[in-house]
Design a protein around this ligand. Structure first.
Ligand code: GUN
Length: 345
């Protein structure tokens, strides 16, 4: 990919983007997660050291229900990452027959412990808690976590802040949304006024990413596609998108090159293990990279940034608990970010 001539850096964004697309035609910049995760890790490590010097060791409490190997692996990774950065991680395991109301009470008990700064209930939960016909369900479990401890950003107190979408009021952005935001920031991708299509309807990935991109924080025109979107509409929206974020994780779903506008930014949040045992996303990476301007790989894309973003939230939670932080994130406005040299190869 060619570097952006310095004379372009003072030009208006609307003039630069079409020119960049011409420059970079035929080859996307690969948005690897590692440098973004490393930058977060460096910052978090420093913050943990400062907290430890004051006698505060940030602590993440993880609630794991059942014995899913995938969930055990994810949880292990998150806890290991926290510990590697000098934080504490505690695991609370429950049998998958636990009732929704008992789980809610257990989460409430953990929440009431002042030593638990940050709480995460690993998803998915068993079906009788995710989708009961009536009564207590997963949302009641999430709501047992107070907003300042809710590092997944899914409780009654954190969701409204995302809906209102004011950076300075945010308690915790869900880790995947924060990871996408940090990726956009790092790779200098502008969102304001862009058409962003988000695919999927997951409570902790696609849904918050849709609100984040369409809200005051990112100012994109956000279009949300999900299982009830007609295929013709999905394909039509997709072809208008400047930014695509997909988080479905199903074999049936594939973002193919014919759906992607030349020069679009393609971010693949999905992970699923294919029949070949390999980790795949939703995007046909090999072909889409020929059309897009920026694209994340799977693996090595958003995944490592999501784990790092979680540790960022755990530190925030510890700082909230000790009165050392006010709500709000320190995020560079992406609207000017495309003027940074990072856009060159
Ligand atoms: N399962 C897969 N990803 C996540 C996540 O980010 N948070 C929770 N709580 N569960 C998950």
């Amino acid at each position: 990919m060619l570097a952006l001539p310095s004379s372009f850096r003072s030009a208006s964004p609307d003039k630069i983007f079409p020119l960049l697309r011409l420059y970079n035609a035929g080859m996307a910049e690969i948005m690897y997660g590692k440098p973004v995760a490393d930058e977060i890790e460096r910052r978090v490590r420093g913050e943990v050291e400062r907290l430890r010097a004051r006698g505060v060791v940030p602590r993440l409490d993880v609630v794991l229900v059942g014995k899913s190997a995938a969930s055990q692996r994810y949880v292990g990774k998150k806890m290991e990452f926290c510990e590697r950065l000098g934080m504490q991680a505690m695991l609370h395991t429950f049998d998958d027959h636990i009732s929704a109301s008992d789980l809610r009470d257990q989460v409430q008990r953990i929440n009431d412990d002042p030593a638990a700064h940050a709480i995460l209930v690993q998803l998915p939960l068993p079906r009788h808690i995710e989708e009961p016909a009536s009564g207590v369900n997963k949302f009641d479990v999430f709501d047992a976590i107070s907003g300042r401890k809710d590092v997944d950003g899914i409780s009654r107190e954190t969701v409204p802040e995302l809906y209102r979408a004011q950076d300075e009021r945010m308690l915790h952005l869900p880790a995947t949304a924060l990871a996408v935001r940090r990726m956009l920031e790092f790779y200098g991708i502008e969102t304001e006024g862009k058409v962003a299509v988000i695919v999927g309807r997951n409570d902790i990935t696609a849904k918050p990413i849709h609100h984040m991109l369409g809200g005051r924080m990112c100012n994109a025109t956000a279009i949300w596609c999900h299982r009830y979107t007609r295929k013709a509409d999905h394909d039509r929206f997709m072809r208008t998108a400047d930014i695509i974020v997909t988080s479905v994780g199903s074999e049936r779903y594939r973002i193919t090159a014919d759906l992607v506008k030349p020069g679009a930014v393609v971010i693949d949040v999905a992970t699923r293990v294919g029949a070949d045992g390999k980790l795949n996303g939703d995007v046909d990476f090999e072909h889409v990279k020929e059309v897009a301007s920026f694209i994340t790989p799977v693996p090595k894309g958003v995944g490592p940034v999501t784990v790092a973003a979680l540790t960022e939230n755990v530190v925030r939670a510890a700082e909230f608990a000790h009165g050392l932080r006010q709500p709000g994130y320190d995020l560079a406005p992406s609207r000017d970010a495309h003027l940074r040299p990072a856009i060159s190869s």
